[in-house]
Ligand binder design. Sequence first.
Ligand code: AMP
Length: 550
Amino acid sequence: MSLLGLMQKRSLLISGLLTHAATYHGDVEIVSHLYGGEERRSNWRTVAKRASQLAHALPSLDVGEGDRVATLAWNTDRHLELYYAVAGVGSVLHTVNPRLFPEQIAYILNHAADGVVFFDLDFGDLLVKLAPQLTSVKKYVALCRPDQMPALDLPNLHCYESLLAPQPDQYEWPALDEETASSMCYTSGTTGNPKGVLYSHRSTLLHSFGICATDGLALCARDSVLLSVPMFHVNAWGIPYASAMCGAKLVLPGSGLTGDRLYAHMVKEGCTFSLGVPTVWLSLFQYIEQNAKQLDLQSLKLKRVVVGGSAAPRAMIEKFENLLGVFVIQAWGMTETSPVATVANLLPKHQGIDLQTRFDVQARQGRAIFGVEVAVFGAEGQRLPHDGQSVGEIRVRGPWVLSGYFGNEAGSALDAQGWFSTGDVAYIDPDGFVQITDRSKDVIKSGGEWISSIDLENAAVGHPSVQEAAVIGVAHSKWQERPLLIVIKKPNQDVTPEELLAYLSERVARWWLPDDVVFVDELPHTATGKLLKTKLRERFKDFKLSTDKA
Ligand code: AMP
């Protein structure tokens, strides 16, 4: 019989992160850029006090244990307070991506059965439009001061600062079971409806340890972090939690992710670490290159930048190094993996290698961090060797990898051996570095956000002159990919690209609109009648989009 250890069984709780940060890093600043351009300087001690005030106020909004609380919000200290207060009392913070098409937002608010929505003022009008379709939301809270309260036609509209003001700033955080759900994010729903991923206190803390580990993202108390990944995108890659664990300074840029503002924050706040999707960095470099004469690049303290969400282009890795002396850490993961799963850090054998070879290493998606197992499987479900050439689907398992989607049974998203299939296609080299070669889904990644080719095709074939339509992603120097619409016209019918785009503009989000339309006589299909996207991508791989000025 095994012998049990005699160590304390203390739950891994998100409230513990906040208490630790307030106790040991209380003066460390949290700088926010709020609606209307206001800058606010808080710190971990104040965040803990205000999260306590919010926790006291939640029952007045009928928020109880297990209830979902939605946010439509940018990166600010108020959003950070919500992260901690909602999870801390045993409720679930549901961060909603405001860039989704409004109908998808309504769908996920209803699916999650959110009772309250906390929103930044930019999203007031959107919520007024959606409110009649929302089946569970009973209360709305505007993230502002009383003097900023908007006149919105929303039932039970509250002011965030007025809710907090009368409340005590100490809260006895409950000793929850560490498996309690703490937050949720929906996937982008490219095949069917979006699906909810429900994180737990335990998964969140273990993921945070991984981020703080030296061969994770090495986040530490000496870092000043520019959080240029939205707090509605997989919990901003876990940084709001990991920063409390190690006591890092946070710079929260609100909605402003333009190159000029990112640069200004980096200089002013002495940022040493940042992270974001490739598009964010393209806009930073555009700003730096356009203003090279006026800028003193030596004044930057930036040392490490994490690039993920899409492949980090090698040229970007090179530019960071050569222009700014910054080491790019490529990371791979997904909503279902919390998200960090693999990280491209260097091994002893890479020390002292020439820069070009080093960039090749960094251009890969990296190696599994402890806690995540990563493997590649072939078409017959056989495990493939790590030989640097056997290409298959990546499967993952680990304590911060999803087990089942919200509303389904635990384990329902896994195979018999507990693996979760990611839909990404890759090979793994003998050192364990993953290289993504493709993705099995045909999603179009534009600026770190996903555009569903199927939704666009379905909308396009609704036009009376369209017989068949296919949408593929075509490389774009600013947005990574943009949609190209390929259409077969019905016999004896005519339609112009402009007419088609005008038709689509009434049916899809503006930023989803294809950049170009091409007419063809036939489209390639698979044996089961599905569009053969691989062939189309091959055919249009050199297509130059009219919107791509590079
Ligand atoms: P999301 O769930 O929105 O975070 O998207 C996850 C997907 O983004 C993954 O399944 C990959 O297809 C893609 N992805 C994330 N990071 C990388 C990366 N470093 N390189 C290539 N693709 C990536």
